[in-house]
Design a protein around this ligand. Structure first.
Ligand SMILES: Cc1cc2nc3c(=O)[nH]c(=O)nc-3n(C[C@H](O)[C@H](O)[C@H](O)COP(=O)(O)OP(=O)(O)OC[C@H]3O[C@@H](n4cnc5c(N)ncnc54)[C@H](O)[C@@H]3O)c2cc1C
Ligand SMILES: *[C@@H]1O[C@H](CO)[C@@H](O)[C@H](O)[C@H]1NC(C)=O
Ligand SMILES: *[C@@H]1O[C@H](CO)[C@@H](O)[C@H](O)[C@H]1NC(C)=O
Length: 633
């Protein structure tokens, strides 16, 4: 903050006696402007217009605006809910779901489970970082190196992305009370001067004793018991830090929270620390790109964005003199491109819009994950308020005794599986898909990148210790497309869950592994009698820890139970890949065939990594900002 500007603001406040508004803007006169008034932004000249004030939009917005180089407008569909406790209090995880702060996308009916699923995404300033679970970790080193190969730019390897991810962080190391509970860390795996505070939940009695800090690390015996039991059941060791590139193990994870316990979102960090060359317009949707006169299909130039406040309201144009940057998330960004005439010709012509760039990868290659929760009823120890921070990331050899045979089985089926996804229309390029899979097979079987996540839960399912179980690296691919030029009609979404059979094999293997952990002491001795969800009555144990068919039916819910839920980690719908391999953006995040349109959000990440996504996406967005600034310097 600039002292002089603050003083100027203060004296303006006193003379105008606008006490209330001055208090709200107490970060100073040079703070970013947040407004819901379209009229206050239409009269101004903008260098960059960004669609979506979520994770990636706010990172790129701050980096472009600060330093006096450019005037940046970010358009956000949701409102400014930063003061809402359902946002600021990570302990209330889930209470924003289904409210106006959640897009609550619905998938099309899924073939195997026979029902639709809900995909969540934040519809508010900060995007999904304002409603997410705040778990903080990173993928395996080999996955970033493979990403560089896939993208065709070594800047995206582990070293390059580690530096970019660190740039986002102000990491606060564990204190002695947290270390005594088992927290360990690797300082080189964290940044110390970025906008985003990352730390560990306080321990009861340690640090702040204020009751308002509801997020306290569980200090009972259960998390340590999980560490011992996963070691004895599956041979999974504790790792020092899941952000270090070696994440194949169990660890007490950090959270995207501040030392005061409140959520660290892209809004509480990047936006709060931005200067007044950044403006966020809330409550408005970016509907489609406006094209400059004389745009050709080899170099289409955007002149701005068409925005709309309500479904039947007028469409108004906001000009961008340099670039339009899409950061609306993996579901809405491809839809905006398609409504603008950028996409597969059949999709675009069905919308009735003029094709501007023929780009069949738009909306395809969608990768989402599936979750089931195991539980064992217990006299749950609530010495702490959570969130749970014990995460285990086993590799394939720890889940499957026949992993080598499984590798042969996978390799022997890749061609046929690729044919099926191509014929279903979910991928644009067979060659690109095979390249993704071959690198994934190598990461899984050669580098032992974790295949599944086992997230240990205190008190979920209710009165239980639980294990949220999901596989991280699905082979299935789905797609999402706009079906209307109306920006208020959600696109169709088909994650195509379990289309490729190895995904179900992995999910079943992970659940059998979770069952074995709940059966192993010392964790078992903390429960009444081991697993109760789904329980041995529902899926009898046996030599293989339950019949495959019964686990599959429970995963799908076709046995009358609830079935899996979406993890809401949707990515890759505008993948950074070579154009002829189904890619949509180049390594500078620029959309092929355009002069000045970029996609910087989760859509651009072409494959999953073995981690919760946000740290990787903060790094990706930092790289996007560097690319944009490098390009126009
Ligand atoms: C329920 C949930 C739990 C999660 N848990 C974790 C976790 O524990 N740890 C972790 O690391 N990651 C987690 N994630 C993942 C992570 O938060 C997201 O992957 C990440 O925020 C995606 O970044 P993004 O910039 O692509 O999209 P977002 O952060 O979702 O931002 C997109 C923004 O664009 C806005 N927008 C969309 N369409 C338009 C439009 N037409 N016009 C204007 N604005 C628009 C949206 O409202 C939103 O604000 C979770 C995600 C969800 C949904
Ligand atoms: C905003 O941009 C102007 C030039 O357009 C510059 O002088 C000023 O320093 C910038 N402000 C910030 C906070 O970067
Ligand atoms: C590997 O083992 C699992 C579990 O026993 C079994 O279901 C699967 O068919 C085996 N796969 C191969 C390729 O042998």
């Amino acid at each position: 903050m600039k002292i002089s500007a603050s003083f100027a603001r203060l004296s303006a406040c006193l003379s105008l006696a606008l006490a209330a508004s001055c208090l709200l803007a107490s970060t100073g006169a040079d703070a970013a402007v947040v407004t819901s008034q379209l009229s206050s932004v239409t009269g101004q000249e903008w260098d960059y217009v960004i669609v979506g004030a979520g994770l990636t939009g706010l990172v790129v917005g701050k980096r472009l605006a600060d330093g006096g180089n450019a005037k940046v407008l970010v358009i956000e569909a949701g409102n400014d809910d930063r003061a809402n406790p359902d946002v600021s209090d990570v302990g209330r995880y889930g209470s924003a779901f289904g409210t106006g702060m959640d897009w609550s996308f619905s998938t099309v009916q899924q073939g195997l489970s026979g029902n639709t699923k809900t995909l969540r995404a934040g519809k508010t300033i900060g995007g999904s970082t304002s409603i997410n679970g705040a778990a903080w970790n990173r993928g395996h080193r080999s996955q970033y190196d493979n990403l560089a190969t896939l993208v065709g730019d070594q800047g995206f390897n582990f070293q390059g992305l580690q530096a970019a991810m660190n740039k986002a962080e102000s990491f606060v190391p564990p204190d002695s009370t947290q270390k005594n509970l088992g927290v360990t860390y690797d300082a080189s795996a964290h940044g110390s001067s970025g906008p985003l505070q990352i730390t560990y939940t306080k321990v009861n009695g340690g640090g702040s004793r204020r009751r308002s800090v509801s997020k306290r690390m569980y200090s009972g015996p259960q998390q340590a018991a999980f560490v011992s039991s996963i070691k004895s059941a599956l041979g999974v060791d504790k790792v020092v830090d899941q952000c270090s590139g070696d994440n194949n193990g169990a660890a007490y994870a950090a959270n995207s929270i501040q030392t005061n316990g409140q959520r660290s979102s892209a809004a509480s960090s990047y936006l709060a620390q931005s200067g007044d060359n950044l403006t966020v317009l809330t409550g408005h949707r970016g509907a489609s790109l406006a094209w400059a006169d004389g745009s050709s299909s080899s170099s289409a130039k955007a002149s701005g964005i068409n925005v709309q406040q309500s479904q039947n309201g007028p469409i108004q144009r906001i000009q961008a003199s340099r670039e339009v940057i899409l950061a609306a998330g993996a579901i809405n960004t491809p839809a905006i491109l398609e409504r603008s005439g950028v996409g597969a010709s059949d999709v675009v012509s069905r919308l009735g819009v003029r094709q501007v760039v023929d780009l069949p990868g738009v909306g395809r290659n969608l990768q989402e994950q599936t979750m089931n929760t195991l539980g064992a009823q217990a006299n749950v120890n609530y010495a702490g308020g959570g969130p749970s921070n014990m995460i285990a990331m086993p590799n394939v050899y720890q889940l499957l005794a026949n992993a080598t045979a499984v590798r042969d089985y996978v390799n022997g089926n890749l061609d046929a599986w690729a044919d099926s996804l191509v014929s279903q229309g979910h991928v644009a390029s067979r060659e690109g898909l095979l390249k993704q899979w071959q690198l994934s097979v190598s990461a899984i079987f050669d580098d032992r990148a974790p295949v599944c996540e086992l997230f240990f839960d205190t008190g979920y399912p209710s009165n239980s210790y639980g294990i949220d179980t999901w596989c991280l690296l699905p082979f299935s691919r789905g797609s999402t497309h706009a079906t209307s030029t109306d920006a208020f009609t959600d696109p169709t979404i088909n994650p195509n869950y379990f289309a490729i059979p190895i995904d179900m094999d992995m999910q079943v293997a992970a659940l059998r592994g979770g069952r074995r952990i709940l059966q192993a002491d010392p964790l078992r001795s903390l429960t009444y009698n081991g697993e109760t969800t789904p329980g041995f009555g529902h899926i009898p144990d046996g030599t293989n820890h339950g019949l495959y068919r019964r686990w599959r039916d429970w995963v799908l819910g076709t046995d009358g139970t609830g079935g899996f839920s979406s993890v809401s980690h949707q990515i890759a719908t505008c993948s950074m890949m070579p154009r002829e391999q189904g890619g949509v953006v180049d390594p500078t995040f620029k959309v092929y065939g355009t002069d000045n349109v970029r996609v910087v959000d989760a859509s651009a990440l072409p494959v999953q990594v073995s981690a919760h996504l946000s740290s990787t996406l903060y790094g990706l967005a930092e790289k996007a900002a560097e690319a944009i600034q490098g390009g126009q310097a």
